[in-house]
Design a protein around this ligand. Structure first.
Ligand code: SF4
Length: 93
């Protein structure tokens, strides 16, 4: 089984996904599974690494905005699913 990598050609996302230039993503080419480990109980140590990657990403704000609107799972824009739940709650989204 091969590794699924993050890149601009991820199919099946909402329309505004395709308005972001994902080719500039700092995580481009990374193992997508690393960004979806919250169910595996390794989220906290991994999140430190992911926050560093996202911290240097030129499209971090676009990524976070997309995920706040659309994504219930995974680490996007430096935010965990729990982070996004809290943001939605505070913004009454
Ligand atoms: S902010 Fe993080 S998850 Fe989003 S594209 Fe950049 S590196 Fe990837």
């Amino acid at each position: 089984m091969g590794i699924t990598t993050i890149g601009p050609d991820m199919p099946g996302f909402p329309r505004d996904y395709y308005n972001v230039d994902w080719s500039r993503a700092a995580c481009s080419g990374s193992d997508v599974e690393a960004f979806y480990e919250e169910k595996a109980g390794v989220a906290k140590p991994l999140n430190i690494i992911l926050r560093k990657i996202c911290g240097g990403c030129p499209i971090k704000s676009e990524c976070a905005s997309f995920a706040i609107k659309h994504e219930m799972h995974g680490f996007w824009g430096g935010l965990t699913p729990s982070d996004r739940v809290e943001i939605r709650r505070k913004a009454k989204l």
